[in-house]
Design a protein around this ligand. Structure first.
Ligand code: C2G
Length: 134
């Protein structure tokens, strides 16, 4: 049987255990895991602020995970289908905060939404760290 490639996307800023778990669970759904790391510009347009870590640093961190085989820069949310085809992905995995949002790629691959890890988020960590200084 041929290799099953899993693809997932994310900013992975201020890398935390929720990121580790979604990558490990995504990897477990196939033989090879490819990760699209959101570009700094995409983050600014989505969230109105630049990430704490640069895109190069975020790609380096994600690439260092044992379960990750390859990383690339995700420059636009609308290009999902192109990225999926380019990387030969059989399944797209996203956390369930994205449920339903990427069903439109369902004609080129399977789409799976995984439950998010509760009580941890990049925004929460940034707020927590900022509060330590006051
Ligand atoms: N995640 C999770 N549990 C958390 C926090 C995040 O499972 N407590 C998952 C998210 O659901 C997502 C991945 O970790 O699948 C990356 O999360 P973010 O860095 O917040 O990514 P996001 O900004 O949502 O970018 O094309 C889609 C975007 O690039 C996704």
């Amino acid at each position: 049987m041929s290799e099953r490639t899993v693809i997932t996307f994310g900013t992975f800023d201020v890398f935390h255990v929720g990121h580790v778990r979604v990558l490990e669970r995504a990897a477990a759904l196939g033989d090879r895991l490819v990760v699209g790391v959101s570009a700094d510009e995409l983050n600014i347009s989505k969230k109105g602020r630049p990430p704490v870590y640069s895109e190069d640093e975020r790609m380096e961190i994600v690439k260092a995970m044992r379960v990750v085989d390859a990383v690339f820069l995700e420059e636009s949310l609308e290009q999902k289908k192109d990225y999926i085809l380019e990387h030969g992905a059989d399944v797209l995995v996203m956390g369930d905060d994205w449920t339903g949002r990427f069903d439109w790629v369902g004609d080129v691959c399977e789409v799976v939404y995984l439950p998010r890890t509760p009580s941890v988020s990049t925004t929460g960590l940034i707020e927590h760290i900022a509060g330590l200084g006051s």
